[in-house]
Each structure stands twice: as structure tokens, then as C-alpha cells.
Design a protein around this ligand. Structure first.
Ligand SMILES: C[S@@+](CC[C@H](N)C(=O)[O-])C[C@H]1O[C@@H](n2cnc3c(N)ncnc32)[C@H](O)[C@@H]1O
Length: 246
């Protein structure tokens, strides 16, 4: 249920996260995602699930010629227009599974922490492949399969509340998983590592980088951050469309 971003309580809780208040500098994975981006000057970029538009704004500030940011949440798009408006950014209210994906149009497709809401991942990979120009780059972060197969995405704790371990179950069963995120029941989609990486290869992409995010050392003093070193929460991928592939 991705419409959760339009739920008032959820939206207010999301607004309190450091990534919402500080932008990219408040995002624990930005130090690993940024180096995966190609040079942004003069490029045409598509951001799938742009949220508040931080990545769109970053691309505009780096000189991108045109940026399209799409998101299925009316409130997120309103927030993006408010906080990260720029003459070269066009924000559109649109589900990424309904988007028209014009052929051979973009130099870069970016998607940050959105694809774990999408069931048909390989369908989206094919669409992204079609919409990229030759040599175009696809960079995305997605919740890591160890995280999405976590039971309710909660640590197992002892009677004093100390973390014991992260439970993984039904790893080889992709599909919807109910989680509790920001105090609400949120359905996310579990994909195995094989599905994610083979899905890209089968769509015609060549893999250029695969990373498992660890918090920025500068953020380790923040509450709960050292626990993020106990299991991977996000997978970061850079893939390229090369001429001659399907
Ligand atoms: C965790 S937020 C990430 C926002 C932004 N990409 C960032 O990194 O700051 C997830 C976003 O994905 C959007 N989203 C989820 N499913 C979507 C879909 N099927 N189509 C478009 N946007 C979607 C949500 O509305 C929300 O804005």
C-alpha cells in the first residue's frame, strides 16, 4: 500500500526523518550513492519516486539540462514543488508503473528507495532500459533483500530491549510483506538478490557497481546508527545500457 505517503499521520512522521529535514546530507546512504552518479552536467534525467525532490534539485544544481521527477503521492509532489522547485525540473504526479517511458530519451534514470514498493521489478527494468539512451545509466537504491525478508522488519530483542539479532525468513518467497514503518502497517515487496541482479541482466543492462550501504561514519553518533552495521538495509546498484543489447 504505497498510497501510505498520502496518509496524514505517516506523512507527518516522514517529515520528521533526518532525510526529510536535512535533504541528501541527512540520508545515511548518500555518501555511497553520490559516487555512483555519472557527471550530471547537460544530461536529461528521470527520477522514479522522487519524493521531496532532493535528488532532482541536486541534479539541477549540478547543471542537468532537464529533470523529470515522478511520484504517485500528491503530498510528496506538492512538497517537492514547494521545497525543491527549479526551472529545469518538472514534477509529475504519476505512478511509475503507469508512466509512458518515452524511448531513448534519458541519460540517467535514478530511483532512490522506491523499488521495494514495486511487485513487477523486471517489468520496470525493461521500461527503464527502453527509456534510456544508448550508454545511459540506471542508478537505484532499494531496500536490501536481507531487510525486506526481515520478519516484520523488526529486530529480535531480549527482555531488556537489547537487540539480539535480525530475523530473516522465507527468503526465497518474493512478494508482499507487511511491515511496520513510521508507526503504520506498510506493505513492501520482497525481491531476492538474484531477482534484482538477474532482472537487470535479463533486461539488457550491464552491471557497473553493486554496494550494500553502511552508514556514513559521520552519522554514527546518531541514535540507532551503529545498529545499522549489524545487517544491510539498502542495496545500491549502477547499471548501463550498452548498444547492441536487447
Ligand atoms: C522512501 S520515499 C523516497 C523518496 C525519494 N526518492 C528520496 O530518496 O528521498 C519513497 C517514495 O516512493 C514513492 N512511491 C512509492 N511507490 C511508487 C510508485 N509505484 N510510483 C511512484 N512513486 C512511488 C512514494 O510516494 C515516496 O515518495
Amino acid at each position: 500500500m504505497t498510497g501510505i505517503y498520502d496518509n496524514n499521520d505517516f506523512f507527518q512522521a516522514y517529515a520528521k526523518m533526518s532525510r526529510s529535514q536535512q535533504g541528501l546530507e541527512g540520508a545515511g546512504e548518500w555518501h555511497q550513492l553520490r559516487p555512483l552518479l555519472p557527471p550530471l552536467k547537460d544530461i536529461h534525467m528521470l527520477d522514479l519516486g522522487c519524493g521531496y525532490g532532493w535528488h532532482c534539485r541536486y541534479a539541477a544544481d549540478c547543471g542537468a539540462s532537464s529533470i523529470v521527477g515522478i511520484d504517485q503521492s500528491q503530498r510528496m509532489i506538492e512538497e517537492a514543488r514547494l521545497r525543491n522547485a527549479h526551472p529545469r525540473i518538472q514534477y509529475q504526479l504519476c505512478d511509475l508503473e503507469q508512466y509512458a517511458y518515452p524511448e531513448n530519451t534519458f541519460d540517467l534514470v535514478l530511483s532512490s528507495l522506491v523499488l521495494h514498493y514495486v511487485e513487477d521489478l523486471s517489468g520496470i527494468f525493461h521500461q527503464v532500459y527502453q527509456t534510456l539512451k544508448d550508454h545511459g545509466i540506471f542508478v537505484f537504491s532499494i531496500e536490501h533483500p536481507v531487510f525486506t525478508s526481515g520478519v516484520h522488519q523488526e529486530w529480535i530483542r531480549d527482555s531488556d530491549g537489547n537487540i539480539l539479532y535480525w530475523p530473516v525468513d522465507r527468503y526465497f518467497e518474493p512478494g508482499p510483506r507487511e511491515t511496520v514503518f513510521l508507526g503504520k502497517t506498510v506493505t513492501k515487496q520482497h525481491h531476492t538478490l538474484t531477482q534484482i541482479l538477474m532482472g537487470l541482466l535479463q533486461a539488457g543492462f550491464q552491471l557497473q557497481a553493486v554496494e550494500e550501504a553502511q552508514p556514513d561514519p559521520k552519522m554514527l553518533h546518531l541514535e540507532g546508527m551503529t545498529d545499522e552495521l549489524r545487517r544491510p538495509m539498502m542495496l545500491l546498484v549502477r547499471a548501463v545500457k550498452e548498444q547492441g543489447n536487447p
